[in-house]
Design a protein around this ligand. Structure first.
Ligand code: DGT
Ligand code: CA
Ligand code: CA
Ligand code: ZN
Length: 579
């Protein structure tokens, strides 16, 4: 079968649209590719399987014409697209980099390239700093500032990828490596294992007595673009998308020590080594050793438990290994019993076809039941989000009547909360009347507009929402989008103090681009005694699956199930809200 997933095809079509737009091609043609990319990305069946099944004509799918259907076929059958290769060949590599700067985009990139002769990221930065960019037609000081911000994000984004993307690669690699008979044991280490929100590279450890066989097999992974280096037991490769993977082959007695060493973090390991030294021990990637004058004596190394135990330490969950509070907790015998996915009983932030979601309430219920949840809140957008067809008071009340009927039919086997994601208006105040909000089970308050306001203003808006007696939770409290958008300038100290006082909960939005609050802020909220709610903000049935990313971030914050409100039953949660 072809490895050309719908996501990959969509990425290629988007790239074509970007390149055409950069060249100033016909807008209809550009839109056809963009639209096609979206249709394919969202399509529930893989194009590859439709193409294999010759009965199915791709042009019967809305948004896929003859041209796109042919290109899908070429992509699935050959893995590449001559038209895209030609477009790429026409534009120098450094100019292509301009297209990926957030805040610039293909059209503006074309303008700075044509009118200012900018051909590299460095030249773009210099032109912004010289104030030349804001003078261009259709630009301005704000745009120039946004481009400068985008440049710093772009340079970081080129190096690190989202955990969930690394996870997709890791799963393919796991399948690939499992087919290698020379491997006894195999696992991932590094930041990926620690569940960090972005990953610099993947680190793999394999136990084998035949390192060459393992590396030969690794080299046949189909996504490898080049081998960066290969030694006796270590090999590094670069994948097609630029991502690096490091493989190390170790012995049975060293596997635990290597897992401990290469899981890191570096900072955590510095402290581990210090503790070892005080006990007259030495710890490295081969094991824990008693340091003698003549020869070091192997003490432990087969498993991580043994390594930590030899140092008088508990086997820290990988998510905690950031040299934050884990050693204090261990010393006090109070390592938190971290929350797990199975502890989650509810998902309290999701959208439906009433606004910008793709599934109906009924479909979301079925999907939530499939995932073992006991209740959910339907929280579509409010009217200020007109782009998403946000609900006004009357449409919302109608939706709630429908939810009442659904709950009756469900007969307590499952429960749906009447909710809303209500915008906090730019000028302050809520987008819907208190009279209507008062009738909700669950009111989320969100900032979607005016995100660039100064600190005092945006903080005051959020404080206003916290003081509203009907608001139960603040969604994605900092508004950051990883690799895409900086957080807004909110004063979280004030927000947490007010939330604690008014009993308003804080969200950990599990969307892998958001993870907002992040691990550090979740820890701060917990210190304030504020319950965290981990939600997916799903806009489709599959959107419910990102809960695992939120759980991971919560674990990095040291949260237990008691710190997370949606591990409670609806009855228990209501008691918490009344407090
Ligand atoms: P990343 O890849 O940037 O997302 O983060 P990590 O933590 O995966 O870092 P990476 O891949 O450079 O190395 C994996 C682990 O190996 C790291 O967490 C600690 C350990 N390690 C790597 N290089 C060194 C080093 O030079 N000294 C020490 N003590 N440990 C290292
Ligand atoms: Ca790494
Ligand atoms: Ca590495
Ligand atoms: Zn939402």
């Amino acid at each position: 079968m072809s490895s050309m997933t719908n996501t990959k095809i969509a990425e290629k079509f988007e790239q074509i649209a970007d390149l055409l737009e950069f060249q100033g091609s016909n807008p209809f043609r550009i839109r056809a590719y963009r639209n096609g990319a979206k249709v394919i990305r969202d399509y529930p069946v893989s194009m590859a399987s439709l193409i294999e099944d010759e009965q199915k004509d791709l042009t019967s799918i809305d948004g896929i014409g003859k041209d796109l259907a042919e290109k899908c076929q070429t992509l699935v059958q050959t893995g590449s697209l001559p038209m895209l290769d030609e477009l790429l060949a026409e534009i120098p590599k450094t100019v292509l980099d301009l297209l990926r700067v957030p805040g610039l985009g293909p059209k503006k990139a074309a303008a700075v390239h044509k009118e200012l002769g900018v051909a590299t990221l460095e030249e773009l930065k210099a032109a912004c700093e010289a104030g030349e960019v804001q003078k261009l037609k259709g630009f301005g000081a704000k745009t120039e500032q946004a481009i400068l911000g985008g440049l710093s994000i772009a340079s970081a984004a080129n190096k690190r990828i989202l955990w969930i993307k690394a996870n997709a690669i890791a799963e393919q690699l796991r399948t690939h490596m499992n087919a290698c008979a020379a491997i006894e044991k195999f696992d991932f280490a590094g930041s990926y294992r620690r569940g960090k929100e972005t990953i610099g590279d993947l680190d793999i450890l394999a136990v084998s007595t035949d390192a060459d066989a393992v590396m030969d097999h690794f080299a046949t992974f189909e996504d490898i673009a080049s081998v960066i280096g290969r030694g006796g037991t270590k090999m590094s490769v670069r994948l097609e998308n630029g991502f690096q993977v490091d493989l190390r082959v170790v012995s049975h007695e060293s596997f635990g020590a290597a897992m401990q060493y290469f899981t890191g973090s570096k900072e955590h390991n510095v402290i581990v080594r210090g503790i070892a030294k005080k006990r007259g021990l030495k710890v490295n990637e081969y094991g824990v050793f008693k340091t003698n004058d003549d020869q070091d004596e192997y003490v432990a190394g087969g498993s991580e438990e043994d390594v930590y135990a030899a140092l008088g330490l508990p086997c820290f969950p990988p998510e905690l290994r950031e040299a934050r509070r884990e050693f204090d907790w261990a010393a006090a015998g109070q390592l938190p019993d971290l929350i797990q996915l199975k502890d989650i009983k509810a998902d309290l932030h999701m959208h439906t076809v009433a606004t910008d979601g793709k599934a109906t309430i009924q479909q979301m219920i079925a999907a939530a039941q499939d995932r073992g949840l006991k209740y959910i809140a339907i929280t579509d957008h409010s009217k200020r989000v007109s782009m998403a067809n946000g609900l006004d008071e009357s449409r919302l009340l109608q939706q709630w009547q429908e939810i009442d009927r659904i709950n009756e039919d469900l007969q307590k086997s499952f429960h749906v909360l009447k909710g809303i994601e209500c915008d906090i208006l730019e000028a302050g105040g809520m987008d819907l009347s208190d009279e209507v909000l008062a009738q909700a089970d669950w009111v989320i308050a969100s900032v979607h507009y005016g995100q660039k306001q100064p600190k005092a203003k945006i903080t005051a808006r959020i404080l206003g929402a916290i003081q509203n007696p009907y608001v139960t939770m603040i969604a994605h409290p900092t508004g950051r989008l990883l690799n895409k958008r900086e957080p807004y300038e909110v004063d979280l100290d004030q927000v947490f103090a007010a939330a604690a006082e008014h009993g308003t909960l804080m969200e950990l939005n599990a969307n892998p681009y958001r993870l907002d609050l992040d691990d550090v802020f979740c820890g701060m909220a917990k210190d304030h005694g504020i319950p965290i709610v981990i939600n997916t903000d799903a806009h489709s049935v599959d959107g419910l699956d990102v809960m695992v990313c939120g759980i991971q971030q919560a674990r990095r914050a040291g949260l237990t199930k008691h710190d997370v409100a949606n591990t409670r039953t609806w009855n228990q949660l209501q008691k918490l809200l009344r407090k």
